[in-house]
Design a protein. Sequence first.
Length: 313
Amino acid sequence: MTAHLLRDDDLGVDAQRDVLELALALKAGSTTPRALAGQAVAVVFDKASTRTRVSFSVGIHELGGYPLVLDSAGTQAGRGESVEDTVRVLERNVAAIVWRTYSQDALRRAAAVSAVPVVNALTDEFHPCQVLADLQTIAEHRGGLAPEGPALAGRSLAYVGDGANNMAHSYLLGGATAGLDVRVAAPADYAPDPDVVARAREIAADTGARVLVTTDPHEAVDGVTAVATDTWVSMGQEDEAAERAAPFVPYRVDEALMARGDDAIFLHCLPVYRGMEATADVVDGPRSVIWDEAENRRHAQKAVLLHLVEERL
């Protein structure tokens, strides 16, 4: 059976650890596999992108492959061809399909008919490649991977802001798998999906992680290793920008909030809007690791592709 990465819990503890170990080795240059030599990977965009487009394109090239970058609006999918029919064409030409889209259901439909791995490059519900890069960044800046078991056991992360978005959901699942103490602080009307929280707690029961959902940003940040946030207005929500801003103002990450952590690093998946979800002195300050985090998308995604493609061979 072909393995896919549609959401963070598609990687178990051991697989996630293997991917993170490989990502760190790839970045260090201690291994330079060319497993995609002579092969193409389809990278399909239904949503705008900077980091995903650049990191997958460059990463696939570094693995010896050809990044077949497609904007769906310029394909027959833009004229109504079904997800299934599009995938049936792609899978006969490529080693993997990377898709950045809106609906998680569309990605599930793609995986259901694909004989090659399908990778979630972002949906409205989950962003697993970003969270793998974030876990790699925490390891780099705060003690490396744990000697055994869950990759980041003993570390903690607070996510503050929109708890109902894809980043919050992926932090819950990916963080619990890594053994993190994961804390999400969000307004009550923007809490994470209860099913995702329940699944994170189920994972945590096996990994020794802890999961907290709260409306209090101070409770979330107190003593943590890393503080993360995201834009208050995600793609497709631009028309709601004015009404969405007010509830999130108490969750803005500033120096006072960062000071409640344990020498915490600052994470943001970008793009960042200084003065909104985080102040400029945090974004551009000494504890911000957002540019390392952005680079790590490339290394984490290369590791994911190697893990999935080589598992299939």
